[in-house]
Design a protein around this ligand. Structure first.
Ligand code: ZN
Length: 218
């Protein structure tokens, strides 16, 4: 657990280079935060006029990574091999890890191990300048959107696991509003840019449908 916390800390710090050391992204992040503050999440996810789509996806991806890192951090001591022997999102969905490296074939494993591998894999992508450039003027690789989609799809699974396996804990910590806002923001972002196939979203469809009703009611 200490090792995990240590890595978690490093992750957040390193992810900051994408935003704080890049004035353009810093400005986009400030814009995103300000629009979010207005309470209109649909408007907050839309590409600001005249901005580059890849930059916008990059800023938000780093931000969601940090948010999930923090949210999962609040339940990490309860997400153990005993409590969560598989990486699941309810009884019908179980995720198996594959990364083309050590895990060539999808491998069943406890949730904490899966999430640790998942977050480390994302950190590696964010730290790789050839995959996820942080500096101004460095062009995005052609497959940037594919990489971003894969990151976003994997982050979704962490939300789903938190909701299904640790929501009681989230409630007792009083973190539910924080989690719900973060996930709603994430869902709107995914929908705006069509980042995850509908099928993949099905474990959380009940909640996503609820967001739709919210919007229609307004
Ligand atoms: Zn768990």
């Amino acid at each position: 657990m200490d090792r995990f916390l240590h890595k978690k800390h490093l992750r957040t710090v390193q992810a900051k280079k994408h935003i704080q050391d890049n004035p353009k992204r810093h400005q986009l992040k400030k814009y995103a935060d300000a629009t979010l503050g207005s309470g209109n999440l649909r408007a907050a996810v839309a590409l600001p006029e005249g901005e580059d789509l890849n930059e916008w996806i990059a800023v938000n991806t780093v931000d969601f990574f940090n948010q999930i890192n923090m949210l999962y951090g609040t339940v990490t001591e309860f997400c153990t091999e005993d409590e969560c022997p598989t990486m699941s999102a309810g009884p019908k969905y179980e995720y198996h890890w594959a990364d083309g490296g050590k895990f060539k074939k999808p491998t069943r494993m406890p949730a904490p191990q899966y999430i640790d591998l998942l977050m480390s894999w994302i950190q590696d992508q964010l730290d790789n300048e050839a995959v996820f450039p942080s500096k101004i003027g460095v062009p995005f690789p052609k497959n940037f959107m594919q990489t971003a989609k894969m990151i976003i799809r994997r982050l979704f699974r962490v939300y789903a696991h938190i909701y299904y396996s640790h929501f009681e804990r989230i409630l007792s910590l009083g973190e539910q509003a924080h989690l719900n806002t973060s996930f709603k923001h994430f869902t709107y972002f995914v929908q705006e840019f069509n980042l995850i196939d509908k099928k993949e979203l099905s474990p959380m469809q009940y909640l996503i449908d609820g967001f739709e009703k919210d919007t229609q009611a307004k």
